[in-house]
Design a binder for this molecule. Sequence first.
Ligand code: CA
Length: 230
Amino acid sequence: MPKRIAIVEDEPELASLIEYNLARHGYQAQVLNRSVGALKALEQSRPDLILLDVMLPEIDGFELCRQIRQSAALARTPVLFLTARTDEVDRVLGLEIGGDDYMTKPFSPRELMARVKAHLRREERDAEPGAVEIGPFRLDRTARRIFLGSRELELTSTEFSLLEFFLMHPGRAYSRDQLLQSVWGEQRNVTPRTVDVHVRRLREQIEEQPENPRYLTTVRGFGYRFEESA
Ligand code: CA
């Protein structure tokens, strides 16, 4: 069964270009040029991933994403925003909207395909009940255990949650605040410094040279990123 990708984009030329590239890569594309009625169409087609333009007339992409997240049929479908403005990126990544990722226009078809593929792979991992392998790591979410090669890591509950988050979102940079929101949630008494402390402890367990990390790298002036294939 080919994976199905929906494109909500009001620029017909861009929508066609994306549709063409998705088809070339074996995906089944559904183009929606208007946001009005899009929610209903998406609920019926239940795509595996949604590419969502931010600047749409009538209902904008942010509002549509909120509706998607409230829809029982679509709540867990990955949403990748297409945005023309870099100053919107913070809002896209804001967890209250519920987007999974973003592409800044103009983007190359190759870049988009790589991102689509990465998100679909992540979804497959999420759906697997047993242990999943990410590079040399093996994550058993049910038992809350993580192995690096044959060695089981000794992790506190928070360390497990943080490393689990990184393993499930490889290749993407996260700010300290984003990590706090995603991993620590509503807990009080945590600061961006809390993230640094936990990253340092994780590095001591997973890196051969913690001061020169291969997997858990620093994104200068921003935060951290997990590299699946170091
Ligand atoms: Ca647009």
